[in-house]
Design a protein around this ligand. Structure first.
Ligand SMILES: [Zn+2]
Length: 256
């Protein structure tokens, strides 16, 4: 019996210590190459975000301690760079709404032929020639213009989100893809929206942010499909664990 215990315990202990160390020492930031044991706390908690288990928001250990990038930022970049090797051919058109700073810098650094950033506020950008004031409901480009459309954490602000999805689909090339991440409730089947609620304080309480008009549920995929996209839900957090991705955050790949 004792010999069995001797054999088993040290191995188990060794394994668990090893896996603990692996977990704690493996974070590498894909943006700034910082490596560390711990990530920084980011986000804020609201009752509704906790109750509805909202992924893509809330307080979590997810920030790079060096550059401040979030798990959300890293997910999109790693998907594009590592998973689909998007950064191998400059001859691509990209439309990027409310551009995430770190991702934007990588796109600029690589030098894609056609990179358009869209924002309501065009001031303060260090690359103004790429930035246009564009309304997502009325995009001033012809059909089938872009290979990639990035529009993350925007749709939850827009009452007529289906119209926005259709407009994003329109400017996407056939075979191109759109990445349209939103905060999404893990435990709600249905999206919760109520356009009669316009008070910022009430919106914060019910939707998790003063200017959000809904909290998406698990029907988000269907909503994207209804707008005309072919949608695949993918989770790459295990495959690319060293980049500190959120294990609950799926990526919605929307193909035209
Ligand atoms: Zn970093």
């Amino acid at each position: 019996m004792i010999s069995i215990i001797k054999k088993i315990i040290p191995t188990n202990l060794k394994d668990s210590i090893k896996s603990m160390l692996d977990r704690r020492e493996n974070y590498t930031c894909p943006f700034c190459n910082h490596t560390s044991k711990d990530l920084m706390r980011i986000g804020y908690d609201l009752e509704v975000l906790i109750k509805k288990q909202v992924v893509g928001g809330g307080k979590r250990m997810a920030g790079c301690a060096n550059c401040g990038s979030s798990d959300r930022d890293r997910l999109i970049y790693i998907y594009l760079k590592e998973k689909i090797k998007f950064f191998t051919n400059k001859n691509k058109g990209i439309l990027h709404f409310a551009p995430e700073k770190y991702l934007s810098n990588k796109i600029l650094e690589f030098g894609f032929d056609n990179y358009v950033c869209a924002d309501y506020f065009t001031e303060g950008y260090q690359y103004p020639k790429h930035v246009l004031n564009i309304n997502v409901l009325n995009i001033p480009f012809q059909d089938n213009t872009f290979d990639l459309v990035l529009c993350n954490h925007v749709l939850e602000h827009i009452p007529t989100d289906k119209d926005a999805m259709k407009e994003l689909l329109r400017v996407l090339k056939v075979g191109g893809q759109a990445i349209l991440q939103v905060p999404i409730s893990k435990n709600s089947a249905q999206t919760y929206e109520d356009f009669s609620i316009t008070d910022p304080k009430q919106r914060e309480i019910l939707f998790g942010q003063f200017d959000h008009v809904r909290i998406y549920g698990q029907d988000y995929l269907t909503r994207l499909k209804d707008a005309g996209f072919k949608v695949t839900k993918l989770n790459i957090s295990e495959e690319f664990a060293k980049y500190g991705l959120n294990k609950d955050e799926d990526i919605f790949i929307c193909i035209k």
